[in-house]
Design a protein around this ligand. Structure first.
Ligand SMILES: Cc1cc2nc3c(=O)[nH]c(=O)nc-3n(C[C@H](O)[C@H](O)[C@H](O)COP(=O)(O)OP(=O)(O)OC[C@H]3O[C@@H](n4cnc5c(N)ncnc54)[C@H](O)[C@@H]3O)c2cc1C
Length: 688
């Protein structure tokens, strides 16, 4: 007997479920939205820009999943051209345009011009070079890329092979790729788009190698876009899972290409006409551009997690599967503890990283303006903070998008769910801008150095001089430190405010760094990851504590503030949970002899999730994504996911004919061969 169908119309129920969840939200969504976007004005401005984009057929997203790589590149360039046309028409500011580009949800070659090439050029070019080309760079009269990585070396910049040899007689540099492995490789926007680039090459003066320096090099003709003589350029081909489809990551080989001496980026290190080297005042002055990208990656990662959370929570709200609930309907999948436990932490990550990114961008601006005046005092702190955060945000983002996709079951694997695309585009973020495992080492080195300096600064080191990222070190001064909790906190204590979680995460950082310093001559294989994570999470935890304090008085609705506090607390509690191995190994969390020490924490997490769950749709609505922007059949605002999936499947090119082209060429011969063989077999049997 066939099983009875559900006692409701599944197709209709989705919309009802979404409406009901939205109606049940008690937070003030608009207020949260303004909090995320900084103000109502920012939000309104964004809406106006999105309205322009959504109306314009150039920005139609309906066909992109069916496009070839070449078509995606061509479309990407058309989008870029149209955005800048609109910028001119509507008088958009640079920020407005950045907002528009972000909403397109594509990895575009222009990103490399805006985020990598332009800041490096402006920060490191000499004032003369910037005044000569700055206007062209700013208005995209030339298009740039950043050529550092080579076929043979990425992380180890010191071993790059491209050379820039100074020729005093002509006051020129000769850029040369002496080997196949010295070919520049992976360079975004180089393959087909860029006209110019900043090339990282070993500076050779009088036969001596001064290590990698940057040079501004024209790559293509401004008349017909052909590569200039002596330069072989191309696209490196498709990337994993179709990620970065519209970006032309490229290769380049230079055959003794001459550039004027002025095109060395010489704001810091310089070469005299005679070929003498002038050292930069601070070895790390040239890091500015890289730190800018890393600081931006925190905000970008936050919004990526916001998209993943929105799609998966919306789908989880309307998808019913499994056990029957009290209403006689199958349960909404988001109501299963194993689902909300996966999704609500992603929501909390999104809120934390969006807020953190804003703070970091401000801190970067302060550092950059000081740097412009030769003040390098904030550079080291900024470097280690952005390194640690880049690792944390990119690793978390990659993990979260996949967790969100999987939470949606089979439909999550459809391209129309939209998360596969996000994942493939975000995946390399753990590698570019510093491979995460390599950056971990830098974070740890900075922590060890700081520990040494702090503990050697007298009988009673002054904790008030510690920068925010090193504040945990104060705990190592015995008399002044807040004590470790005697026993593991109860669930009520975990939920009572951020201070316990923040303190424990700081204790964990202090103890792992101290332990590392003791064992520095005999390291285990995972130590850098472990210590870097502990140190960065201690910093973030304190910032989250401040975010919670900052909510007081900021929001008019008590319920809204309470919900955000719970969300930030969930961030802290799940971070503690993920750090339990350290907390238990160092005895920071101790049992009082009655069973599982971590149980109260886990119960607190469940309670926290249960409290947040009814507000989850409101909290995702507050991100303000439109359907066009999310481009996900499972994340549609009205919840009608089956309708959306059905409609999108109809557009599949294979469905445009009833019988596919492959029928005549392959399916038919297969069938015929099989039929003949079967007939022969039957005939054989009959003979027997
Ligand atoms: C999508 C994408 C876009 C990119 N865009 C650009 C661009 O525009 N311009 C540009 O110049 N480059 C670009 N890159 C290159 C990127 O910066 C490099 O891939 C990155 O620096 C890592 O270098 P690699 O690929 O040579 O890896 P490798 O350095 O060979 O690393 C391979 C592995 O070895 C490990 N490893 C390496 N060194 C160490 C060490 N010292 N200690 C411990 N482990 C180590 C790493 O953790 C990694 O697992 C891009 C890359 C990608 C994927």
């Amino acid at each position: 007997m066939a099983p009875a169908g559900p006692p409701y119309d599944v197709y209709e129920q989705t919309g009802k479920d979404m409406d009901r969840a939205r109606a049940a939200t008690s937070i003030m969504v608009e207020e949260v939205r303004n909090y995320l976007y900084n103000s109502a004005e920012e939000w309104t401005k964004r809406c106006k820009i999105l309205e322009v984009l959504e109306k314009d057929p150039v920005f139609d997203k309906s066909q992109r999943e069916f496009m070839s790589r070449t078509e995606r590149y061509t479309r990407g360039m058309a989008l870029t051209n149209r955005v800048y046309e609109l910028e001119e028409q509507h008088g958009w500011t640079q920020r407005d345009t950045s907002m528009a580009i972000a909403a397109l949800d594509e990895q575009l070659p222009i990103g490399l011009h805006n985020i990598a090439f332009q800041p490096v050029f402006n920060l490191q070019g000499s004032p003369e070079l910037v005044s000569k080309y700055g206007a062209l760079v700013a208005s995209r009269g030339i298009l740039g890329c950043y050529l550092q990585t080579e076929l043979g070396h990425g992380t180890n910049v010191g071993r790059l092979e491209t050379t820039a040899t100074y020729i005093p007689s002509t006051r020129e540099f000769e850029i040369h790729s002496p080997t196949v492995t010295s070919s520049k490789w992976w360079i975004g926007a180089l393959g087909k788009t860029a006209t110019h680039g900043v090339v990282q090459a070993k500076l050779i003066l009088g036969g001596k190698d001064y290590g990698p320096h940057l040079f501004f090099v024209q790559l293509r003709s401004l008349q017909d876009h052909t590569p200039l003589p002596g330069i072989v350029i191309g696209d490196i081909g498709p990337k994993s899972g179709g990620g970065f489809g519209p970006t032309d990551n490229g290769f380049a080989k230079f055959n003794r290409v001459r550039i004027p001496k002025e095109q060395m980026l010489s704001r810091f290190a310089q070469v005299t006409d005679e070929g003498e080297y002038r050292q930069p005042p601070h070895a790390k002055l040239s890091y500015g551009g890289m730190l800018y990208i890393r600081a931006n990656m925190v905000t970008g990662g936050g919004w990526l997690m916001a998209k993943a959370a929105t799609v998966a929570i919306r789908y989880g709200t309307v998808r019913r599967q499994g056990e029957l609930g009290p209403d006689g309907f199958e349960k909404q999948i988001v109501s299963y503890p194993s689902t909300y436990y996966r999704l609500l932490p992603i929501l909390s990550h999104a809120y934390v990283f969006i807020q953190l990114g804003k703070q970091l961008t401000k801190a970067f601006d302060t550092m950059a303006s000081r740097l412009a005046n030769g003040d390098t005092s904030l550079l080291a702190e900024m470097h280690s903070t952005t390194s640690g955060l880049k690792v944390l945000v990119s690793s978390t983002g990659v993990q979260d998008v996949e967790i969100a996709r999987r939470s949606m079951g089979g439909h999550g694997y459809s391209a129309f769910a939209g998360l596969g695309r996000l994942y493939n585009d975000y995946l390399p973020s753990v590698t570019y801008e510093g491979d995460n495992f390599v950056l971990d080492q830098q974070v740890v080195r900075a922590a060890l150095k700081a520990l040494k300096t702090f503990l050697s600064s007298g009988a009673k080191p002054d904790a008030s001089k510690l920068s925010p990222s090193l504040y945990y070190l104060r705990l190592l001064v015995p008399s002044s430190s807040p004590a470790k909790p005697e026993f593991a906190p109860s669930a009520e204590e975990w939920l009572g405010g951020p201070s316990i979680a923040v303190l424990l995460l700081e204790w964990r950082a202090a103890l792992v760094v101290q332990e590392l310093a003791r064992n520095v001559k005999d390291l285990d294989a995972s130590v850098f990851q472990r210590v870097s994570k502990a140190v960065t999470e201690a910093f973030v935890a304190r910032q989250v504590g401040d975010m919670i304090d900052g909510l007081k008085g900021k929001l008019s609705s008590g319920k809204t503030g309470e919900t955000l506090t719970k969300l930030f607390t969930l961030y802290l509690l799940t971070t503690v949970e993920a750090g339990l191995v350290d907390l238990l190994s160092f005895g920071v969390l101790r049992s009082n002899g009655s069973g599982d020490v971590s149980r109260p924490l886990r119960l607190a997490i469940r309670k926290s999730c249960e409290d947040i769950l009814p507000e989850a749709i409101g909290l995702t609505d507050a991100f303000g994504f439109s359907d066009w922007e999310l481009d996900s059949a499972l994340g549609v605002y009205n919840g009608k996911v089956y309708e959306a999936l059905w409609n999108r499947a109809q557009a599949e090119p294979l469905n445009q004919t009833e019988v596919p082209e492959a029928y005549g060429r392959a399916i038919k011969p297969i069938l015929q061969r099989g039929q003949i063989q079967a007939a022969a077999r039957l005939a054989g049997k009959a003979k027997l």
